[in-house]
Every structure is written in structure tokens, then in C-alpha cells.
Design a protein around this ligand. Structure first.
Ligand code: FES
Ligand code: FES
Length: 890
């Protein structure tokens, strides 16, 4: 191996012990802690941007982001990471976060715990405002901060000598069973993909296209291959299988080849495997690429113009058209008392999951071991490769990886490493294919971790849309007809964009009875960053439009905003926009009643309703599978194919099992691995709890039958109980069947936004029909986190592009709302008992932010009389309060 460029040796005290590091120029303290000291509690969420707080450690007692502390500055200092906290502190923080539901994916939490300890050292009894202020350098994308603040309050009390409440481990439905692995996640001990290690492991890095549209004339990697530490450089020429992959449409080349034209700046041209990440990245700078820069198309209008350049040669720029037509819209509009026409626009949104994409691929059969190290597996088959993926569907990952490598699917084992947030952004294959290729061709473990900048340029975003709406109502405010023309900027690759626009069409009328609809939604390729799945999946954009239209029509009809919703709200037996008759578990009116008093309590309150499909539907067969295994030591392992990404899926599955078997939840865990045949598709469309839960129920009943009195779990060691649930058939959107059933079920919500006298968001009330509460803290946490994301969507967030290139790659520039800017959030849960779901539950992963932007827009219109048609509404008093005064970081 070529010697590294060691430039200096430094010594500091690390968690009470002297530690000596050999550092190269530019090394950060975080790099030393993670790469040399082998510590994994400081997480890398954005290095070297210093914007997320995930890497926070104490340096001489100060809480600092270790990714922006030059390693050299640590010399002679005392550095303390979470690993160095005393046992009592570790226990208190772990327990407080677990019992309050203060964590979801957990990626941000170790850094937050360090900041909390720093705060409590100075203020042993901090107020909620002080806690929120102390988190100003931290980002949590999952929780909305409500339960994080609860947890820190509880921890402070316990550190002062107060009691810690007991956790409920019954696993009963409705209880707040602590999240699986909660303590390890809080303390940073449970490894994420970037924390994994293997003997002889190489590190990989990618070269991305410099231009959104350019012909790649030549890629010369000869000089890069000679750089220190480099083992091999890879290009399209090294791919033995199918280079183009995709969840629905295989239009995404995992390596772009010489002679081809780039689609966006997320195209990968080459990869380097080297002894260290630093060396891999340095070598990238020596890859010479010759481009012929070409004009691109950067808006749907430009892409659809006659003669415009094709984003994909030989393929039309119009990816898809979704349409719904019911009734005579022209006649209904002509007969309406009031008709209004408006155009709305929504923005490109970055998921900003806190954990950037990472993947480890290892030749042979490996499993997750202790301390982040992988360990050899001797049982089962012997795959060519094991891929540790953080993706949202390991069986789809495996299918595409195998196709890319040109091997049988059985040759690839994919093990899920529960991820640090996804929100739809980890549905598509990201870097698993290239990482697997590097491992296969070098015969060594290879790990790749994207930087925040690379993450932003690679994964699909939320679609920006333009929505032209014409809506009519009678003199009593009853809706009569709706015409909608929706155009979505799909960006460079299909991903699931056609389905997103299909869902926007299906949700265009919101949760209201509209007798006549004429809806068209187009997904259009451009050379912008790709767009795909993101929490809400097209429903959010449509909700902003229809909820604004309802308030506009209410004013014309002379009724208030609550009343017009009440008069039009769907109930059991009513027909939804897609033509489906809603049969049962339609809790919308209950959610309206739940917020009625709050809405009428303030002249500055805005209201909006929401509906979101549960399950992909639209004709796609859907099923959940589970295998419940009893281990030799009397523990229970639930194997399924869906992904844990912070939403609490693993824990919910344990509760579905415990409720039926009365087994103590502490002996139950859930795992996801292709070694167990439980294929069930992507973790998407708020369906994992419904399909997975029903499958676990099925398996649990079989296990219960064997648990006769006196039989211990260890007596059943080695037994496996298979469970399955197949959802009822659905029909494609627009099919001419007389009784379409486009989805298995729907969630419903009503939200109220209350502004203070200055126009800032003071209070937010979210009433949701969740079917049945499986885990109260987790359901509340999903909705609190979604409201936080929805407020960002409404007021502050945008990823702006200029000719296909982000104006900034900084996390800070995205407009994510910080803890101190969050209003008080009240979650009201309505149980409608949905027969489709386990114990009556519905999926709640997405609907939490479907109505949010509409509620905010309607509150703002009441406050200042300005009707806003474009997101984000940064120009408003509420937007300025959250975003206007901050350093944009551009
Ligand atoms: S990784 Fe250091 S602040 Fe984000
Ligand atoms: S729990 Fe904070 S980012 Fe996921």
C-alpha cells in the first residue's frame, strides 16, 4: 500500500485517557474520533458544513461540532464524547429519551444529548425555551422537537435527583412501548451504515457530472489510479450487468459511459476505491473528463416545447399523463353559483434526512456484529456478496444490485441497516449498486458514504408542481365541479414520478364530495435533479391548492372556512375523487369536530383538511409477509421485508405480536434481511404497519396456538411461524370499471394553524383519524414530526436551482425549522377502527403534513388579507419570523 501523507502527530485526552492521533492536513476532530479512535457516537450528518449538530462533542467542556474543529486544535485538550459520559448519565439520558418517545431514527440524538448535558451543567433546571435555544445548532428531521424537549426536561429532573418513570414493556396495543434499540440509538452505540467496519475494508468515492447536460467525450482515470492509497478506479466499462436501473422504469444508469449525454449533475461517471476515504476523494480530483456542454431543459414548459432537447435520447420528455373524468364538468360549472380559477405553484424540496447515503458491501456471507464490525455467517447459503443497505426496500435493492452485477439474485444478500431518516428519499437505489461492484471486483469490503453535497445531488426530491384549478360551488357552498391541470417537474429520472403525479391527480379534490371532476396530471422530464417519492407523495401539492380554493369559495358563499369543509366532507358511502366509494373508517368529520373549538377561538386561525391513501393501490397487488422465529435462548425474532427508518415499524411489529401472544416485549426484536423470504416491496405509501402488522398477526396466532400453559419459549426454539396478508384487489386510476377501488384505505385529518398578533405561528392543532393507536408516542411523534416538515414546506423550505444546479448545497440554506422556531403542537388522535389494518390501525407516516401548508396559507390570508399562491410563503410575517432573519447560508 502506498504510504499515506501523515503530516503530524497530536495528543489529547479522550474520554479521560491520553490519545495520540496521526493527522493529515485538513483533518477534522470528527475524522480523528471516527476513523482513528473508532468512536461512533459522533455522527456525520453534514461534514464539513457544521450545520446539523450530529457530531457534537465536548472540548474542554464546550459543546462543539467536531466536524468543523480542526484536529490540530484538539491537541492538549480534553475531549469527551457520549462514550465518555459516566454510567449514571448514560442511563438517565437513554431512559428519558426512550420513555418519552424522544427519538425516531435516532441519528441526531447523540449530538443532542451532548448539547443537553452541556446545557444542564449550566442550567440544572432548564425551561423548555432554554432547551429549544440550546438546540439551535442541531437539526432533527423526524420529531418536530416536541418529545426531544420532553426527554431533556425529564433527564434534567433525574440528574437533579428526581425519579425516572418506569417504561411499559407489556407491548400492548395502545401502550407506548419504547422503540426497539432505543438506548443504543440515544447513546450512539447502534451503528448506522456509515458506522460499519470490516477487516481490510476499502473506502469508495464517486465522481459526479460537472454539467446537467453534456456529452461525455472521454474519462481518463489513469492518473487517479496512481494516487496514494488507490486500489482501483471504476467506470461504466467495468459493469458486467445492466447499467440502467429504476424502480419502475429502468432509465437511471448507475455509471454514465463515454459517449453518453448526462441527464443532471447527479450522474456518476467514475468511482475510486482506496485505503481511506480521504485518499479516495483526493484521487477523484485526478480523473480527467472531457465534456461537450449542451443546452439543457430546466422547466416542464421548456421540456415540452416543440424541438426541445430530449433528456433521454429516443424517449419523449413527457413521462406520464394521469387523468380522471367523472360527470359533466362544463355543465356543472355553468350551473354553479360561484366559480373561481387560480394557479398555484409548489417548490422543490430536499428530504434532508439526517443520515446521508452510505453502504457497505462485503464479499461472502456476513451479518451485523458488535460495535459496528460485521461478522462472518456460517449458516445458510453462501452469497457472493453481502450488501448492508439503508434502502427502503431490500428486496428491490437486491433485484437491482444483482441485475447490475450480472448475477443471480441468490448471489446477493441484502441486510437492512435501519436508517437515519428517509421520507421516501431512499426508495431508489442510490449507491448500493456501485458499492457492490467495487467489492466484487476488488474482492474486499468496500464502504461508501456520501457527503451532504453529494447526497443532495443524487437522490430524488419532492416534485415542484404547477396546479391550475377551477372549482365551482352552489350558493350554499356545496362543491359542484373541479377542473385541475397539474404539471410536475420530474427531473432527470423516472423514479416513481409517474405515480406521484398519479397520486396528485387522485387527491386533487381533497377529502370532499365533488360530483364532477376533470383532472389531468403530467410528469415531465427535465435536466433538473430527479424527483420521486417524498412523504405525502403528490397529495401535499394538491392539498395546498384545493384547501386554498375552499377558503376562496367560502368567502364567495358567505360561510366560514370550517362550515364549508363540514358541508363537503366525505363520509362513509361518499364517492372520492377517483370514483371509489368510501365504505368504512371515514373519520374526517370526527377530525373536524375535534378542532372546531380551536378554530373558532381565534380570528387568526386557518383550517385545512387532508386525505392520504394507505397502500400503493391503483391496481398493484400488495402483500405483507413475516416469519416469527424462536431462538435457542428463548427470544423471538420477527423477520419482515419493510424498512425501519425512524417511523417505529419494528416496535409496532413487536406490539402486534405481543398483543396476541402476551410475550414480554423485551424478548422480541424485528430484523430485515433477504436471507428470510419475506418480499413485500417498498416501504412506501403509509403501508408498512398495515401490511406488515397483518402478516405478524397471522404468524402470532400460529405461535400462540403452540404456547400451551407450561410451554416456555425456549421449548419452541428453532420453530418458525410464517404469516402473510394479501390486501384486497385495487383498480388502476381512470379504469372504466363501474365501481373502482383505487386504494385499500385512507387516512384523514384536519389541522388548524393559529397565528399570534404579529402573524407568527403560535399554535398548531392536528386532529388525525389513525384507525387505531398501536403505539401512542410513536403515532404522536409521526404527526409532530410531519407538522414540523409541513411548516417548513409552507413557510421556509426550498431547494432552489439555477439551470439544474442548486444555488447552495448547504443544509443550512434549505430552511429547515429549528427547535426554537417551532410553535406549540397539539395532536388529537381519532380512532375509526379500520378493518384493513392490524387491530384497526391505519398508516400515519405521510398524512401529517398533507393539510399543513393549506392551513397556514388560510391563516395568513385571514391575518393580512393576502392570498398566497406559491410555496414557501417566506414573504409572510410567519415566514419571516422563521426564516427571514437567519443567515441563509448561501
Ligand atoms: S456533521 Fe458536524 S455539524 Fe453536521
Ligand atoms: S430522530 Fe432526529 S433526525 Fe431522526
Amino acid at each position: 500500500m502506498t504510504p499515506s501523507h501523515t503530516t503530524e502527530e497530536i495528543t489529547f485526552t479522550l474520554n479521560g485517557q491520553p490519545f495520540t492521533a496521526r493527522i493529515e492536513d485538513g483533518a477534522s476532530l470528527m475524522e480523528v474520533l471516527r476513523e482513528q479512535a473508532g468512536l461512533i457516537s459522533p455522527k456525520n450528518g453534514c461534514a464539513p458544513q457544521g450545520s446539523c449538530g450530529c457530531c457534537t462533542v465536548l472540548v474542554d467542556g464546550r459543546a462543539l461540532s467536531s466536524c468543523v474543529v480542526p484536529a490540530r486544535q484538539a491537541a492538549g485538550k480534553h475531549v469527551v464524547t457520549l462514550e465518555g459520559f459516566d454510567a449514571r448519565e448514560r442511563h438517565i439520558f437513554a431512559h428519558a429519551f426512550a420513555v418519552t418517545g424522544g427519538l425516531q431514527c435516532g441519528f441526531c440524538i447523540p449530538g443532542i444529548v451532548v448539547a443537553a448535558r452541556h446545557l444542564i451543567a449550566r442550567h440544572p433546571d432548564p425551561t423548555r425555551a432554554q432547551i429549544a435555544e440550546a438546540l439551535n445548532n442541531h437539526v432533527c428531521r423526524c420529531t418536530g422537537y416536541v418529545k426531544i424537549v420532553d426527554a431533556i426536561e425529564m433527564a434534567a429532573r433525574a440528574l437533579r435527583g428526581g425519579p425516572l418513570p418506569q417504561a411499559d414493556y407489556s407491548g400492548a396495543i395502545g401502550s407506548s412501548l419504547p422503540r426497539q434499540d432505543a438506548a443504543r440509538l440515544v447513546l450512539g452505540d447502534r451503528p448506522f451504515a456509515d458506522d460499519l467496519r470490516a477487516d481490510g475494508m476499502l473506502r469508495g468515492a464517486f465522481l459526479f457530472s460537472a454539467h446537467p447536460r453534456a456529452r461525455v467525450l472521454r474519462i481518463d482515470a489513469s492518473e487517479a489510479a496512481r494516487q496514494p492509497g488507490v486500489v482501483r478506479v471504476f467506470t461504466a466499462a467495468d459493469v458486467p450487468g445492466e447499467r440502467h436501473q429504476g424502480l419502475i422504469c429502468p432509465d437511471w444508469p448507475l455509471f454514465l459511459a463515454e459517449g453518453e449525454t448526462t441527464h443532471c449533475i447527479g450522474d456518476i461517471l467514475a468511482a475510486v476505491a482506496a485505503d481511506t476515504e480521504r485518499h479516495a476523494r483526493q484521487a477523484l480530483e485526478h480523473i480527467r473528463v472531457e465534456y461537450e456542454v449542451l443546452p439543457g431543459v430546466f422547466s416542464p414548459e421548456a421540456a415540452l416545447a416543440p424541438g426541445s432537447p430530449r433528456v433521454h435520447p429516443g424517449r419523449d420528455n413527457l413521462l406520464s399523463r394521469s387523468a380522471i373524468a367523472r360527470g359533466d364538468v362544463d355543465a356543472a360549472l355553468a350551473a354553479s353559483a360561484f366559480v373561481e380559477t387560480r394557479t398555484f405553484t409548489t417548490q422543490l424540496i430536499e428530504h434532508a434526512f439526517l443520515e446521508p447515503e452510505a453502504c457497505l458491501a462485503v464479499p461472502g456471507n456476513w451479518g451485523l456484529g458488535a460495535g459496528g464490525w460485521v461478522e462472518a455467517q456460517r449458516d445458510g447459503s453462501s452469497p457472493l456478496l453481502t450488501v448492508f443497505s439503508q434502502g427502503q426496500g431490500i428486496f428491490d435493492d437486491r433485484r437491482q444490485i444483482a441485475s447490475f452485477l450480472g448475477v443471480e439474485e441468490a448471489a446477493v444478500k441484502v441486510t437492512l441497516v435501519s436508517n437515519g431518516g428517509a421520507f421516501g428519499g431512499k426508495e431508489d437505489l442510490s449507491i448500493q449498486g456501485q458499492t457492490a461492484l467495487m467489492a466484487m471486483l476488488t474482492g474486499r469490503p468496500v464502504k461508501v458514504t456520501l457527503t451532504r453535497c453529494e447526497s443532495i445531488r443524487l437522490h430524488p426530491k419532492r416534485h415542484p408542481m404547477t396546479l391550475h384549478y377551477t372549482v365551482g360551488c352552489d350558493s350554499g357552498g356545496h362543491l359542484t365541479a373541479l377542473r385541475a391541470r397539474i404539471v410536475g417537474d420530474k427531473g432527470a429520472f423516472a423514479s416513481v414520478g409517474a405515480k406521484v403525479l398519479e397520486r396528485a391527480a387522485g387527491h386533487a379534490a381533497g377529502p370532499y364530495r365533488v360530483p364532477a371532476v376533470d383532472i389531468e396530471a403530467l410528469a415531465v422530464y427535465t435536466n433538473n435533479l430527479p424527483c420521486g417519492a417524498m412523504r405525502g407523495f403528490g397529495a401535499n401539492q394538491a392539498a395546498f391548492a384545493i384547501e386554498s380554493m375552499l377558503d376562496i369559495l367560502a368567502e364567495r358563499a358567505g360561510i366560514d372556512a370550517w362550515e364549508i369543509r363540514w358541508r363537503n366532507a366525505v363520509d362513509a358511502g361518499d364517492t372520492f375523487c377517483t370514483g371509489q366509494v368510501l365504505e368504512r373508517a371515514v373519520g374526517l368529520k370526527d377530525t373536524l369536530l375535534a378542532v372546531k373549538e380551536a378554530f373558532y377561538s381565534s380570528p387568526r386561525a386557518g383550517i385545512a383538511c387532508g386525505i392520504k391513501n394507505v397502500g400503493i393501490g391503483n391496481g398493484m397487488p400488495e402483500a405483507g409477509q413475516a416469519i416469527v422465529e424462536i431462538t435457542a435462548d428463548g427470544r423471538v425474532v420477527i423477520h419482515t421485508g419493510f424498512t425501519e427508518m425512524g417511523q417505529g415499524f419494528y416496535t409496532a411489529m413487536a406490539q402486534c405480536l405481543c398483543e396476541i401472544t402476551a410475550i414480554d416485549a423485551r424478548v422480541v426484536r424485528t430484523e430485515v434481511d433477504t436471507a428470510f423470504p419475506t418480499p413485500c416491496g417498498m416501504t412506501t405509501a403509509s403501508r408498512a404497519t398495515v401490511l406488515g402488522g397483518r402478516a405478524v398477526q397471522d404468524a402470532a396466532r400460529k405461535l400462540r396456538a403452540d404456547l400451551a400453559p407450561g410451554v416456555r419459549l425456549s421449548d419452541l426454539a428453532g420453530r418458525r411461524y410464517a404469516g402473510e396478508h394479501r390486501a384486497g384487489a385495487t383498480t388502476p386510476l381512470g379504469s372504466d370499471t363501474p365501481h373502482p377501488r383505487t386504494h385499500m384505505s385512507y387516512g384523514f385529518a384536519t389541522q388548524v394553524c393559529i397565528l399570534d398578533e404579529g402573524g407568527r405561528v403560535e399554535r398548531f392543532i392536528a386532529a388525525h383519524d389513525v384507525g387505531r393507536v398501536i403505539n401512542r408516542h410513536m403515532v404522536e411523534g409521526q404527526i409532530e414530526g410531519a407538522v414540523h416538515m409541513g411548516l417548513g414546506y409552507a413557510l421556509t423550505e426550498a431547494l432552489t436551482l439555477s439551470d439544474g444546479v442548486p444555488d447552495s448545497f448547504k443544509l443550512r440554506a434549505l430552511g429547515l425549522i429549528r427547535a426554537r422556531d417551532m410553535p406549540e403542537v397539539t395532536v388529537l388522535l381519532i380512532e375509526s377502527n379500520d378493518p384493513e389494518g392490524p387491530f384497526g390501525a391505519k398508516g400515519v407516516g405521510e398524512i401529517g403534513l398533507v393539510p399543513t401548508a393549506g392551513a397556514v396559507a388560510n391563516a395568513l390570508a385571514r391575518f393580512d388579507g393576502v392570498r398566497r399562491y406559491a410555496l414557501p410563503m417566506r414573504d409572510s410575517a410567519a415566514g419571516r419570523a422563521m426564516f427571514g432573519t437567519r443567515d441563509s447560508g448561501l
